[in-house]
Structures are given as C-alpha cells and as structure tokens.
Design a protein around this ligand. Structure first.
Ligand SMILES: [Zn+2]
Length: 392
C-alpha cells in the first residue's frame, strides 16, 4: 500500500525546487531548476537501487533490474511559470512509490509543458518519433537561446535527438497519475478518477484579406474590413460550439494589419481552437464554421483562406488498462474525458497507456491555487500500483 505519508516524504525535497514567493513553481525545461529536479530523480532512483539514465530527448528513466521491455509510470518535472506544485511532480513521485512494490520503470518526460520554447510534450513526442526535430531545435526562448543550445547546456547532445525513438523499444506501456486540471473528479465525488479518453482537438487558422482605407472617409458600402469579418466569424464559431454537447471553443490568437486606430483593417489572422469528447462533434462544428466563414467573407467583401493548423481525433485509452486502473479504486470511480494534452496521450499512440487524475477541489491548474490532498493522491497511486500488478 502507498500512503500519503510516503508521498509526502518523496515530495519533501522536490517541491522546494523552483518554488517562488507567491507559492508558484517555476521549473522551465533545460534550466538550473530543471537540473535540480533531475538530481532529485537520480537520488530517488538510487534509493530504490536503480541508476538514472537519460535518453537522447533528455527524458529521465529509472528501470528495474528485470529484463525489459517494461511497463512504466511517471509524468514530468518541468512546470509553467508560477505553476502548481503537484502538476507533473506528483505523478513522478507516485511512480517512485509504485516502483518500490512493482517491477516498473519510472520516467520523467522532458519539457512536457513547453513553456519555454512552445514545445509541449517534447520528450514523449520525441520518444514516439512524432517530433519535428529540426523545427524544435531551432526554436528560441525569450532570451534568444535556441532549444539546441539549452539542451546542450543541460548536458544533452541535441545531435542525438533523432535517435530518441530507439528507446521506445524499452517500453511496453505507460501509466500516468496527474492532478485534475478541472473539477471533474471532485464532481464525481471520488479521490481519483480514470481517464477514458483525451478529447478531439482542432485548431483552425483563418486568414482574411480586405483593403486598408481611411476609417472616417470610407463609406460603409466601400469597406473591405478584414477585422469586422473576423469578429463575426469568432462569434458564429462560438455560437456553433455552444450548440454542441461538451464542446469548448477559444479564439486564442488574433493578428491584425495594419493595426492602426484610424485605418480600416486590411488583414486579420485568427486561430480557432475547438475540442469535444468525440471527433464527430468537432467535424460537424468544422463544417458549420467553414460554411459560416464563407458567407461572412462574401458579405464583407474580403478574401478567406481557412486551413487546419492542428488536428487530433482524440485518444481512446485501451479498455484493459482502463479497467485495471478502475479495479484499483474504491467507489465512486469517476470516468473522465480529459481536454488537456498529456504525455500518456502521446504514448497511447504507440504503446498501451492509461491515466489517473487526482481530485483538485479548486479545479485550477497552472497556478499556485492548484491543490491536492495527499490522501487522495495515495488513493490514485494505489490504483496505479494495482494496475501495475495486473499488467506488468
Ligand atoms: Zn502536467
């Protein structure tokens, strides 16, 4: 059995790393704080008689002395700026607790948050061969440092990054425990819940081309206002989303040219992010929005180019893994659709995987207000342990 006290002990020398005065955690990938967290990982590995290894993507592994490939458990040790103390860290600590009782590997995936280089799930995507290596290595942080240089500074040779998928052969499956980033588990009245699937996600990029003109002297009928059209498309896309069950919609980014207070906007680019449990829901939203955007552009006399910037039909976690995790929980056992990306979702594209979410009463994440009771976390960790016994 894994106890809250055991998790507290594991976390005691991890939580202080990168902890700010506001109570938020800042451990960006490939920084000194991230290295300190890797040193914590190495100490915890040594405490259970294992040696920390780093794969070519900088993912941290602690494997058992049995013959591989292994089932593994873990999460990530990096954070966003001023994020929650348990996001990622709790999953790695729980994995070390499980590894004391079961022959599983412990993994901490590199740069899950992507907060420094906009490269979310960097390590897990590199492992399954779904990372555009050249594009990633050229990315630059706020200080003009490339990801390649940051990796090299942290002691990981960026030239080796394309070899990361060779390590996938060591992995049979992956289990992740993570703090709930919603109130879904709390609403289901359980200390922990099991993720059934990751939601389908679509990002559309919409480009509108009009004509720059004088904001005062251009009559209504002569305007080709790209931003006015963009505004109508945003509202209609939101209205369409509201009519579909379980769907969330965000216009996350908008660029306007010339972006001058007294000029009719000539160009607008917007990024629409839509997510729903089932891919069919997102597809039907896409059809409606495409038709609506065409009508709006015609009425406004602007050109329209619409393209898919990112699409994932969502990830269904395998039944047997899900059931093995559910069997390790006491009722009630909330089943959750997860709307955020996670390493377990990436790994699920290549290996069997499953996920447990631990109740977070605030529902807030990526913030110091994220909160977890270690009693709840222990219940989730024991579900992982039970599943590891069943699967490994
Ligand atoms: Zn996380």
């Amino acid at each position: 059995m894994i106890t809250a006290a055991h998790l507290e002990e594991l976390l005691s020398d991890l939580i202080p790393i990168g902890l700010g005065e506001d109570g938020g955690t800042t451990r960006l990938a490939w920084t000194r704080e991230d290295e300190e967290a890797a040193a914590w990982f190495a100490r915890r590995a040594a405490a259970i008689g294992r040696t920390m290894e780093r794969d070519p993507a900088g993912n941290l592994w602690a494997v058992p002395d049995t013959a591989g490939p292994w089932w593994a458990a873990g999460s990530h040790l990096d954070s966003v700026r001023s994020g929650g103390r348990f996001d990622g860290a709790l999953g790695v600590a729980a994995a070390f607790a499980v590894a004391e009782h079961a022959p599983i590997a412990v993994i901490s995936f590199a740069d899950e948050e992507g907060a420094r280089f906009n490269t979310p799930t960097f390590g897990s995507r590199a492992l399954v061969g779904r990372l555009d290596v050249d594009d990633a290595l050229d990315r630059v942080d706020d200080h003009g440092i490339t990801l390649a240089d940051a990796m090299a500074d942290a002691g990981v040779d960026p030239a080796g990054l394309p070899d990361a998928p060779q390590w996938l052969e060591k992995l049979r499956g992956f289990l992740e425990l993570h703090v709930d980033q919603t109130r879904d588990v709390a609403a289901g009245r359980g200390p922990a819940g099991v993720v059934t699937r990751l939601a389908a996600r679509l990002r559309l990029q919409v480009k509108l081309g009009g004509r720059a003109d004088h904001a005062g002297t251009t009559p209504r009928e002569e305007r080709h206002d790209a931003l006015a059209a963009a505004a109508r498309i945003m509202v209609r896309a939101d209205t369409e989303a509201a009519q579909r069950l379980g769907m969330v919609f965000t216009t996350g980014r908008l660029e306007v040219e010339p972006n001058a207070p007294t000029t009719v906007p000539s160009r607008a680019r917007l990024w629409l992010d839509a997510r729903a449990p089932e891919p069919e829901t997102v597809e039907s939203w896409r059809e409606a929005v495409t038709a609506e955007a065409g009508r709006v552009a015609d009425e406004a006399g602007v050109t329209l180019a619409l393209r898919t910037a990112a699409w994932s039909p969502g990830t269904e976690f395998p039944d047997d893994v899900r059931e093995a995790l559910l069997a390790g929980l006491r009722p009630p056992k909330p089943r959750i659709v997860c709307y955020a990306g996670h390493d377990a979702g990436v790994i699920a594209g290549a290996r069997r995987a499953g996920m447990v979410l631990v109740r977070n009463e605030t529902g807030i994440s990526h913030s110091p207000e994220e909160d977890v009771s270690l009693e709840d976390a222990a219940a989730g960790a024991n579900a992982l342990l039970a599943a590891a016994g069943e699967l490994a």
